[in-house]
Design a protein around this ligand. Structure first.
Ligand code: ABC
Ligand code: CA
Length: 475
């Protein structure tokens, strides 16, 4: 699928080992142990209703290839990022037929599959000279000269150091693949082409993008021939913008930091989020439409590990669904999970009971519905970059016609109000607050004045034109 296809969608990110088990049972899963907990691709298939009922039409699954089997001092490879054999699947998650069935089942539901891929490194359990390169497969990776000489990444301001030294630690060194070697480049391009074809992937999430030279990526993504979104883990807009020249999209890390800071505290600064987004809009090759926006992921503490005021949570969760890029929700956020840093932010979802009537699940369903309504109601929604009509430390009015999102970080004990004179609506036009389902009228000049109380879901009054009954259901 292309960038245009993906821009209409929203993505549910899951860690396969932690999302659902094959037989639907709920084994104990102690995140602190960093061990496999038994989630599988069959398990995902069994819970697609749960994902689709929230309005998601794409999933991003954690890496699928065979990883090291050792139990290391950093735990096991349950997350999938510790590749040992690029040409085999991780048997903990199922068989090749299982993964194919996940793909075809998604497609029958008109949903997309995004696979997470790692080509920067392979994982080992010892440093050179004790590193056993012959454990790696295929043979392209079986000798030390297939990797950059060992050195730890020590200087993130030195791009050669970032690209050619190693991630990981002495428990699990991540041997840095020699992506300058033409035969390795040829292998990886063929590998991604085949992986996408064999498993019918509609998109790829690319790991550790900033750790490989930029001119590696155009041929790699052309070989994948589906939408690619890269992980450039950096908060700096200028730095990340360079990668928008060589990829279809980037994870929106530059906005992630001001987003969590803005809503993480009632004294957070919403205007800093706005400024970052405006910088991105002008720095990125195709503006902010080429981002994937998220509030949580597997590498960062969950929002509710540092802020549980539900008004702030609802506001923060709203952002990815009202901005220009593709919304991404990390599994478990909808169940109110509170895990802090890795490994605590990778809780087993089965322990939640997959309840669908919790407030945050309902909020997510509403957000997807509102975005879908906006996509459907205007040919220009996706191609028009958002503007900030009100920008203060504590309030934002985000306009992406026909959608107007009113956000605040006042928290549950505040009654925020917004006055947006030039909201761009027709005189007296009726709008629906998707959060409350209440209607509201634009004033004579098409402006909007609104207030919400006590951090109820009205705090983020998200307005959209009524194009049907106000309904949050999908199926
Ligand atoms: C394991 C344990 C951890 C333990 C760690 C040492 O080892 O589980 O508890 O602390 C996988 C696993 C992890 C595992 C690692 C290492 O492998 O999921 O559990 O940790 O063995 C990707 C994936 C990630 C994955 C890998 C490895 C890469 O999303 O899940 O981890 O395949 C760097 C990379 C980034 C990578 C991340 C983990 O490390 O660039 O691709 N993520 C700075 C640097 C970043 C750096 C980041 C974290 O620190 O610039 O490059 O990310 O180390 C902003 C700045 C940023 C700054 C951040 C922190 O602050 O602008 O530059 O990032 O303001
Ligand atoms: Ca590298």
């Amino acid at each position: 699928a292309s960038a245009q296809d993906w821009q209409k969608r929203s993505i549910y990110q899951l860690v396969t080992d932690r999302f659902a088990t094959s037989d639907g049972t709920s084994p104990a899963c102690d995140t602190s142990k960093r061990e496999y907990c038994n989630g599988t691709w069959q398990g995902v298939i069994g819970k697609l209703d749960y994902i689709q009922n929230m309005g998601f039409d794409a999933i991003w699954i954690s890496p699928v290839v065979a990883n090291i089997e050792e139990t290391t001092a950093d735990g096991q490879a349950y997350h999938g990022y510790w590749t040992e054999d690029q040409n085999s699947l991780n048997p903990h998650f199922g068989t090749s037929d299982d993964l194919k069935l996940l793909s075809t089942t998604l497609h029958e539901r008109s949903m997309y599959l995004m696979i997470d891929v790692v080509v920067n490194h392979m994982a080992a359990t010892a440093l050179p000279p004790n590193l056993n390169y012959s454990a790696f497969a295929p043979a392209n990776f079986s000798k030390s000269s297939d990797f950059h000489p060992f050195c730890w990444i020590t200087d993130y301001s030195n791009q050669t150091n970032v690209e050619q030294c190693w991630l990981g630690d002495s428990n699990v060194p991540l041997a840095d693949v020699d992506t300058e070697d033409p035969s390795i480049v040829t292998f990886l391009n063929g590998w991604i082409h085949d992986l996408v074809q064999v498993y019918g992937a509609d998109g790829i999430r690319i790991d550790t993008v900033k750790h490989i030279r930029k001119d590696f990526w155009p041929n790699f993504t052309a070989s994948a021939a589906v939408w690619s979104i890269g992980e450039v883990l950096d908060g700096d807009v200028q730095y990340v913008s360079q990668y928008t020249e060589v990829l279809d999209a980037v994870l929106d890390y530059p906005a992630f930091y001001p987003l969590t800071a803005a809503f993480g505290n009632t004294s957070g600064d919403l205007s800093a989020l706005a400024q970052t987004v405006q910088k991105e809009q002008s720095a990125y090759r195709l503006g902010t439409s080429m981002t994937g926006s998220f509030l949580e992921n597997q590498d960062n503490p969950r929002f509710q590990s540092f802020q549980t005021d539900q008004a702030l949570v609802l506001n923060a969760m709203t952002w990815p669904f009202v901005q220009d890029g593709v919304p991404i929700l990390y599994y478990g956020q909808e169940q109110g999970y509170t895990g802090a840093n890795d490994p605590y932010n990778r809780e087993a979802l089965w322990l939640s009971g997959y309840e669908e009537d919790k407030p945050l699940v309902i909020h997510v369903r509403m957000l997807n519905a509102a975005r879908k309504a906006a996509v459907a109601s205007s040919g220009n929604f996706l191609s028009t970059q958002l503007t900030f009509l009100t920008t203060t430390k504590n309030a934002l009015a985000v306009s992406k016609p026909p959608m107007l999102a009113l956000l605040s970080n006042g928290g549950s004990s505040s009654n925020p109000s917004w006055s947006v004179p030039n909201a761009g609506y027709k005189s007296g036009e009726t709008l629906i607050d998707a959060v409350s389902c209440n209607t509201l009228k634009a004033d004579k000049q098409g402006g909007v004045s609104a207030q919400s109380f006590n951090g109820t879901p009205k705090v983020n009054s998200l307005l959209y034109r009524p194009i049907g009954p106000c309904s949050h259901s999908f199926r």
